[in-house]
Design a protein around this ligand. Structure first.
Ligand SMILES: Nc1ncnc2c1ncn2[C@@H]1O[C@H](COP(=O)(O)OP(=O)(O)OP(=O)(O)O)[C@@H](O)[C@H]1O
Ligand SMILES: [Mg+2]
Length: 359
């Protein structure tokens, strides 16, 4: 089994180098629950937009109205005949047709009018815990969107490469990628994942926790976009030093009399609301550490834990994890871009070729 995999890897490396020499516009895609990023060979990240599609129904016929930034602006504000859809859930495709439309749209946007007949090879990331059916769906979506060849890479591996971690060396390191839908915790060594676990908690769950906190404590209904804004601007992993923190004004609809209303909460309230999802993330890290082989665990004591994904930007999360685990914790330089950067590097740099999987 192990040697078969090795042979496969060698075959893959030669195939990959042959394919990637041909095209000039090969792409790496981070197809995320919240954001999709496209990296073009030799150019870097050229597109970064929300994974949202707005579908309009006119006389029973469905049509794509907007994709990405334009579609996200419509979320929660659409009339009856328009629906803003997020085609991915928990890192995997929940709505195959819409996901394909979205990938097609982004590829077209990146390619422009030129190269219309020359479709690129695409490397696309998949969550480490995804099933073969879910991986096939992602591969098919990229193929149907025009890719001549599709390769897959595991998301935590891409995140680690993007965060400049020593994944090719015989040294254990731990990456925690906190995305919109999931948090992936992985221990890496020698281009492989030595241990991986995925928690279905990420930025979306944090937003939901803020919505339900405000509803429970203030009888005020707020939208997801408002909750996300509060999280990004005031989200904090621990109680503020003075026990209160900043003051936050929130607008929404009063559940008692149905009229729009503004209330005030404190940053400490946000910390309270986020305690549960953040606790689940810490628990995931703890489980991974408990299941890591001793030699690798010893390496992690030196290397520490690196946080990637948008959730890594929650204020104080690194300190909190440091306290809870007793290990060094750092936030990657550009946490929202790590997976796309790593997927792109794996496509370009022969040193990482072994991590690509043929789909
Ligand atoms: N400054 C910030 N503070 C807190 N959260 C943030 C910040 N910026 C972005 N986020 C959150 O990060 C999440 C998006 O992160 P990211 O783009 O890494 O996810 P994704 O890759 O699309 O999702 P997944 O990997 O689960 O499929 C969103 O929930 C967003 O609200
Ligand atoms: Mg991600």
């Amino acid at each position: 089994m192990a040697s078969a995999r090795k042979d496969n890897g060698l075959l893959m490396a030669s195939l990959v180098s042959r394919f990637f020499k041909l095209g000039s516009q090969n792409m790496a895609i981070d197809l995320g629950t919240a954001n999709t990023l496209v990296y073009v060979q030799d150019r870097g990240i050229v597109l970064n937009e929300p994974s949202v599609v707005a579908i309009e129904t006119l006389n029973g016929v469905k049509k794509v109205k907007a994709v990405g930034d334009d579609a996200k602006m419509m979320m929660g504000k659409t009339p009856d005949n328009i629906e803003a859809i997020r085609p991915l859930r928990d890192g995997v495709i929940a709505d195959i047709e819409i996901a394909e439309e979205m990938i097609k749209h982004f590829i077209r946007k990146v390619h422009g009018k030129k190269n219309l007949f020359r479709y690129p090879e695409i490397v696309i990331c998949v969550p480490s815990g995804s099933t073969s059916v879910e991986r096939r769906a992602i591969r098919d979506a990229a193929s149907n969107a025009g890719a001549s060849q599709v390769y897959l890479i595991l998301e935590p591996m891409a995140a680690a490469i993007g965060a400049d971690m020593p994944v090719t060396e015989p040294v254990g390191s731990m990456v925690v990628d906190i995305g919109g839908g999931t948090t992936e915790v992985a221990v890496l060594s020698l281009r492989g994942l030595a241990y991986t676990t995925s928690v279905r908690v990420g930025g979306d769950k944090m937003d939901e926790s803020i919505v339900s906190y405000v509803r429970r404590h203030h009888n005020l209904l707020i939208g997801d976009a408002t909750a996300e804004r509060i999280k990004k601007d005031y989200g904090i992993a621990v109680m503020p030093a003075d026990g209160i923190g900043e003051t936050i004004h929130i607008k929404g609809r009063d559940l008692v009399n149905g009229v729009p209303k503004e209330i005030t909460i404190s940053q400490a309230n946000v910390a309270e609301a986020l305690a549960e999802p953040i606790g689940a993330i810490v628990e995931g890290v703890r489980i991974a550490l408990e299941n890591t082989a001793p030699e690798l665990a010893a390496d992690i004591v030196d290397q520490g834990i690196v946080l990637t994904g948008g959730g890594a930007l929650i204020q104080g999360l690194d300190d909190y994890l440091r306290e809870e685990t007793g290990l060094p914790v750092s936030v990657a330089e550009d946490p929202l871009s790590c997976v796309a950067l790593g997927t792109g590097r794996a496509m370009e740099d022969p040193v990482y070729r072994g991590v690509l999987m043929s789909a």
